[in-house]
Design a protein around this ligand. Structure first.
Ligand SMILES: CC(C)(COP(=O)(O)OP(=O)(O)OC[C@H]1O[C@@H](n2cnc3c(N)ncnc32)[C@H](O)[C@@H]1OP(=O)(O)O)[C@@H](O)C(=O)NCCC(=O)NCCS
Length: 287
């Protein structure tokens, strides 16, 4: 669920006895509810809200009265939602700017996916609009056995195998490589995560402290993430380690000539072509 939408829960009972509506974490609520709060006695028709969250997801009900939500996503799409029924809520994913208007006696009940964190707030609309979502969602993580398993699938995909110029290898080769990984001093590898999902790997090989250089490698194995500008942030992180951890001054890489997307991504980042020999383009970057 990545857009704002009405969120209906069952209404149990009848008009002679009254009704009950129940919210259960991870059952009928699609996230682990870490916090519940309610607001009341808000002056009528005053615009409240005026904020967005970096990560928080919420489901909000008007358990009494009427509440109007005017929401806007990062693409500038605006919508209005009216809550006037205690069993009909609104689901608000992360990164939604909202302004809220309350009727007299309205009570707002919020189920929230995280504990309170002031750093999770955008209080300024300008800050919200200029926030780079791709950058903030892309992270490098430790390279684990789970990522190794995924790499087996990614690097045996015919298209990725060709684009990355990966030679044939067996499960046994891969296992041996992983077991000696910690002892390899001239090798650095990280998993690439987007919004917490592992989608690829990147790193440095042939790290040479005397020449102060190394060869960059990287791939996004989950193809739906290609062409979304993630490479910039992966390269930024790897280059930061190259400079700070290994004190390198140059990194180079090899890429097949028809891997246009990769060559563009590297050129955008500042790599220059050093040579094109048959089926290999060699590029380098001064750090
Ligand atoms: C190569 C790779 C790392 C690039 O990362 P990315 O995040 O997908 O790339 P970006 O979104 O930054 O796009 C880079 C450039 O390619 C362009 N591009 C995107 N899709 C494209 C396509 N199908 N054909 C041509 N160019 C394309 C983008 O527009 C961008 O150029 P621009 O800034 O001039 O517009 C990634 O796609 C990948 O891992 N691919 C599979 C494995 C691989 O090729 N690894 C590299 C081996 S050297």
């Amino acid at each position: 669920m990545d857009r704002v939408q009405y969120f209906d829960l069952n209404k149990i009972g009848n008009s002679s006895l009254g009704f009950i509506t129940v919210a259960e974490s991870l059952k009928n609520i699609p996230f682990d509810v870490k916090r519940v709060y309610w607001t009341y006695y808000t002056p009528q028709d005053v615009m409240r809200g005026g904020h967005a969250h970096k990560n928080l997801k919420q489901i909000i009900f008007a358990v009494s009265g009427t509440i109007e939500f005017n929401v806007e996503d990062k693409n500038g799409n605006k919508e209005t939602f009216i809550l006037d029924n205690p069993s009909r809520g609104i689901y608000i994913p992360k990164l939604i700017w909202r302004d809220i208007k309350f009727s007299h006696s309205a009570v707002l009940l919020c189920l929230a996916s995280e504990l309170y964190d002031e750093n999770d707030y955008f209080r300024s609309y300008e800050e919200f609009v200029s926030y780079d979502t791709v950058k903030s969602s892309t992270q490098l993580v430790d390279y684990t056995k789970d990522i190794l398993e995924k790499s087996w699938i990614w690097l045996n995909d015919p298209e990725i195998k060709r684009l990355t110029n990966t030679p044939d290898f067996t499960k046994e080769d891969q296992k041996k490589w992983f077991e000696q990984l910690e002892t390899l001093e001239n090798y650095y590898i990280k998993g690439v995560a987007f919004d917490g999902n592992i989608i690829g790997a990147a790193g440095l090989k042939r790290i040479d402290p005397s020449l102060k250089n190394a060869e960059y490698f990287g791939y996004i194995g989950e193809k739906q993430y290609w062409g979304q500008g993630l490479s910039k942030f992966i390269l930024e992180e790897i280059c930061r380690s190259a400079k700070e951890k290994y004190k390198l001054t140059t990194i180079y890489l090899n890429v097949v000539p028809d891997n246009i997307r990769a060559i563009k991504a590297y050129e955008n980042f500042g790599f220059r072509i050093d040579s094109i020999v048959k089926d290999n383009v060699k590029m380098s970057l001064k750090l």
